[in-house]
Design a protein around this ligand. Structure first.
Ligand code: ADP
Ligand code: MG
Ligand code: MG
Length: 212
């Protein structure tokens, strides 16, 4: 597709909710190893609420409105550190899209960058702190590199998903410096960060939705 409309972004949120639900146990296991074992449950609850919120919107709602509604629902329904962070990411992405009726490749890239900036502003995590930021930074970088090479929206989104997956893998040897996992100090090493892993999942869902 040349661009994504509000219905396509609602489709992304629904698909992300399905992937999160299918992987909730795995995410919770990752969090049990270096946190408090609730990440899968938190996100499952948050994305279910996001689906309800986007389902309640009119079918012709603008892409930005869809993401803002999803983000608000996630902030209000998701416990833990990840709820406010993912909620902020979606709201910032929605704001960046403004009132546009379709999102093109450049617009989606700007929205992803705004999401990353929102997460870093709120959580103050830098690259290498073993958080979702470690998936988001390479995702945004890969997206922008693909865009600079004139890739279309679907290919840019695939590049972002691949970048996030690599970033999540790369959190395994890191020691956590933010969030609950940081309380473990060196014992946080040799585990994948749950939030980085869920970010990779959510961006895989975006690539799937953009490829339709
Ligand atoms: P909690 O740790 O409160 O139980 P979750 O288990 O839902 O919340 O989410 C944990 C994830 O949140 C971590 O794996 C990490 O990716 C992310 N996270 C925690 N703190 C921060 C932060 N300050 N900045 C970015 N991401 C963070
Ligand atoms: Mg947790
Ligand atoms: Mg918790």
């Amino acid at each position: 597709a040349a661009g994504l409309g509000g219905a396509d972004l609602a489709g992304w949120i629904r698909h992300a909710a399905r992937l999160v639900s299918a992987d909730a146990e795995r995410l919770t296991r990752l969090d049990a190893a270096i946190g408090d074992g609730d990440h899968g449950l938190n996100l499952d609850r948050g994305f279910s609420a996001a689906v309800e919120a986007v389902d309640a919107l009119p079918g012709d709602a603008a892409p930005g409105k869809v993401l803002i509604a999803a983000g608000r629902a996630i902030v209000s329904k998701t416990g833990g550190a990840s709820g406010p962070l993912y909620g902020t990411a979606l709201r910032r992405a929605g704001k960046a899209l403004d009132a546009a009726t379709t999102v093109d490749a450049a617009g989606l890239g700007a929205a992803l960058r705004a999401a990353l900036e929102g997460v870093q502003e709120l959580g103050q995590a830098a690259e290498g702190d073993k958080t979702m930021v470690d998936a988001l930074i390479p995702a945004v970088a890969a997206y922008e590199e693909a865009l600079a090479g004139n890739a279309d929206l679907a290919a840019c989104a695939r590049a972002a998903a691949d970048g996030a997956a690599r970033g999540a893998e790369a959190t395994v040897p890191l020691q956590a410096r933010k969030g609950r996992a940081s309380y473990l100090g060196p014992r946080s090493v040799d585990h994948m960060d749950p939030g980085a892993s869920s970010t990779a999942l959510i961006l895989r869902a975006l690539a799937d939705a953009a490829g339709k």
